[in-house]
Design a protein around this ligand. Structure first.
Ligand code: CA
Length: 221
């Protein structure tokens, strides 16, 4: 599970990153708002831990921006003050949960587990509709208008990965790692082949764009 930690208090950020890594999360750290926003938009993460008060770009701004861009990665917001106003602002901006500083390591880990669980449930059990396409990961099928298209397990996993990371550019390496896993014997070039199958099945209903020299992106209409 990849976490992006955006926190400007360096000692706190480093301590949190250490705790998270010890608990088997992989962690990218950004120490200011601009870098945080950049990493959130360009790299694949499962959860973002976002400090509210940041130099360069405020946490609330970053969050609003991500949601406007169609990036729905779960966000756990860190706030210094526990006021109702603060909580409402964070939740209104699209935060999934928040923690008031100072917090215990155990509480942080519990919140992360809960977020990951909720996110997984949403993605696995629910149908997701984008434009005229309804994707049912559970049944490995998409409905385009009245037409039902069955997907193979890999195609379904691929589509799920793109939907979870809507608006983000995914490199072939990232796709390979997420869908086939590190240990896989599948070559990075096979990703292209599987993508072409998926594109054929989706037709013009969803656009999996090629971003030359970088990767692929599911654009939101
Ligand atoms: Ca701060």
């Amino acid at each position: 599970m990849n976490i992006l930690l955006i926190e400007d208090e360096k000692s706190l950020a480093d301590a949190l990153a250490h705790i998270l890594r010890k608990n088997n999360y992989s962690v990218d750290v950004a120490y200011d708002g601009m870098d945080g926003q950049y990493q959130a938009e360009t790299m694949v993460h499962d959860i973002i831990i976002l400090d509210r008060m940041l130099p360069g770009r405020d946490g609330i701004d970053i969050l609003k921006n991500l949601r406007e861009e169609g990036i729905f990665i779960p966000v756990l917001m860190l706030t210094a003050k526990d006021s109702i106003q603060n909580r409402v602002e964070g939740l209104d901006a699209g935060a999934d949960d928040y923690l008031v500083k100072p917090f215990s390591k155990d509480e942080l880990l519990a919140r992360l587990r809960a977020l990951a669980r909720r996110h997984k449930e949403v993605v696995f059990n629910d149908e997701i509709t984008i434009g005229e396409v309804t994707f049912s990961p559970y049944k490995s099928e998409v409905r385009i208008g009245d037409q039902v298209v069955h997907l193979t397990v890999r195609e379904s996993q691929l589509l799920e990965l793109f939907i979870k990371n809507r608006g983000l550019v995914l490199s072939k390496e990232q796709i390979l790692e997420k869908v086939w896993g590190f240990e896989s014997e599948v070559d990075v070039n096979s990703v292209e082949v599987y993508l072409s199958y998926l594109r054929k099945k989706l037709g013009n209903s969803l656009k999996l764009q090629t971003v030359r020299g970088v990767g692929y992106c599911l654009k939101e209409e």
